[in-house]
Write a protein that binds this ligand. Sequence first.
Ligand SMILES: NC(=O)C1=CN([C@@H]2O[C@H](COP(=O)(O)OP(=O)(O)OC[C@H]3O[C@@H](n4cnc5c(N)ncnc54)[C@H](OP(=O)(O)O)[C@@H]3O)[C@@H](O)[C@H]2O)[C@@H](O)CC1
Ligand SMILES: Nc1ncnc2c1ncn2[C@@H]1O[C@H](COP(=O)(O)OP(=O)(O)O)[C@@H](O)[C@H]1O
Ligand SMILES: [K+]
Length: 537
Amino acid sequence: MIALYNTEQVYQIEKAWFAQGHDSFALMQQAAWQCVQRIIHAVQQKPQTKRACVWVGHGNNGGDGWLISHYLQKLGWQVTTVVMSADSLLDMDDMLDASDSDAHKAQRIARQHRDNFHVFQQEARDALAVHLAADVYVDALFGIGFDRAPTAQAAHTIGAFNHYAAQHQALKVAIDVPSGVVAQTGQVFDGVAIRADITLCLVARKQGLHTKDALDYIGRVTDIPLVPHSDSVPNAWLLSQAYPFAARQNNSHKGSYGHVLIVGGNRIDGSQGMGGAAILAASSAMAAGAGKITVACHDAFHGAVLTSLPDAMTLDVHDTQGVRGLIQSAQVVAIGMGLGRDATAEHLFQAYVQTAMEHQVALIIDADGLYHLATLDKKAPDFVQALKAYAQRHSVRFTPHSGEAARLLHTEVASIEQNRFAAIRKCAQHYGGDWLLKGAGSLVLEEDVLYVCAVGNAGLASAGMGDVLSGVNAGLMAQQDLDTDQRSLRQAVLLHGMAGDTLTQTDIPATWRIGQRGLQAQDMPAVIRHEMTTLSE
Ligand SMILES: NC(=O)C1=CN([C@@H]2O[C@H](COP(=O)(O)OP(=O)(O)OC[C@H]3O[C@@H](n4cnc5c(N)ncnc54)[C@H](OP(=O)(O)O)[C@@H]3O)[C@@H](O)[C@H]2O)[C@@H](O)CC1
Ligand SMILES: Nc1ncnc2c1ncn2[C@@H]1O[C@H](COP(=O)(O)OP(=O)(O)O)[C@@H](O)[C@H]1O
Ligand SMILES: [K+]
């Protein structure tokens, strides 16, 4: 698994390296030289490619850029350097000063040898355009220091980079981080960021590169580690490889693989209802290998459940005595998918979670279950505290998307989106248990370890996909013969994402191939089963 670091950790790694007596400017030179090697490697299919346009900012990322310009020129490339702001330009008549920053040293070296640069000005873009023909565009505007919405000047420069790179069909190489992407969180403001083909990530892999907006900007990420840091504890891990499943024991029966109770699929006040949510969860739990499934849903949907999933048993979700009785014999209760948000549903939620706790049954709380949990956090804090205490000793998984997480933390969605890494930690601190914060580059917090999911795609952005994931979670958790990793939340997230990827890849058997547009939750269970088989081979 690739280790992911937050910005402070990256600065700490660098600091520790300098504290051992290593020179910071030497590190910048190393960084730039290795970036140049990767750029040359990237264009080796087209040996005539020798024109670069390097865009530099005023921090150390810009320093990398000045040195990249210099080294490429020394190697015989034709290089134009575009400076974001005249403010960062040095007076070259001044002598080299011992207190010069690394970025200034870099600029001096580049300009001493060949003063071929242009200052970007929004109003004079057309005049600049004639100098910008190049095969490779290098983005050294901002690195990990970029931490807020861009200034107008930064936004214009980023926009111009993307515009001219597209016009010249240039390869776009981002140094460290595509400028405009906040390395800490993956956030991009109003779509203003460099759309890189390649990101050359310096020192350590930044956690924000693999989640949220960043996914549309990073292109292919290559690490340039520069500094040994295997002893520093990362903030998160990049999840991409699921655990293989062991074969079942011959001498086993359905009871060996657990009984899952799906509680959801309700219908309120004669509305059309949400029976599909429970059906999707149930069929996914079955596909993930659960031994037995019961669906506690509104009785109006029992016919539909049995038609689409004859393997399942049904029960009226409003039959509290019946459902509570079943909870006692189940291994896992997944509650909330289409449960509804009215007062009755809230009462059912609290009663069933309470029963699960009394009988030490594993829990998955999703969708409307999370809605009620947020309400109860204010209304019945003792219940929420009891759940938190229960989650310390038993398996409880909470699986919100950003909207649900915002409600649980009594805040706005925008504040979750600003820093999903912080949000998932806050959720776990407040409610206990293991957490999944869904969305592009989903975050998983399991046993206090943070993961970023590298599989899955925008095809999963359709109704019912979360219900499928709850089903997979329940199915895995129910199987007592599996080990902890095989039953884990991250395994469920991986299987779900891998199935989405398989369905949308072009190099797979036509039987499975669908495409991102039009991918449906009901397409998933069969492919989840296929992924599990493939993993086991
Ligand atoms: N020796 C080393 O340490 C090594 C470092 N290395 C390289 O250094 C990079 C980190 O450098 P860095 O810390 O100087 O930050 P960087 O990203 O260049 O820019 C910061 C500037 O941008 C500004 N700014 C921020 N947000 C903004 C916004 N929204 N809109 C507009 N402006 C904004 C910010 O302003 P301020 O916050 O100061 O007001 C500041 O002036 C790292 O990614 C790697 O490439 C490598 O060479 C390896 C060795
Ligand atoms: N753009 C995306 N890239 C990767 N995964 C996604 C994307 N959009 C949604 N997903 C995944 O699809 C699932 C959707 O779940 P959810 O929002 O709960 O849907 P629903 O409530 O309709 O069932 C989550 O696992 C989420 O991470
Ligand atoms: K950059």
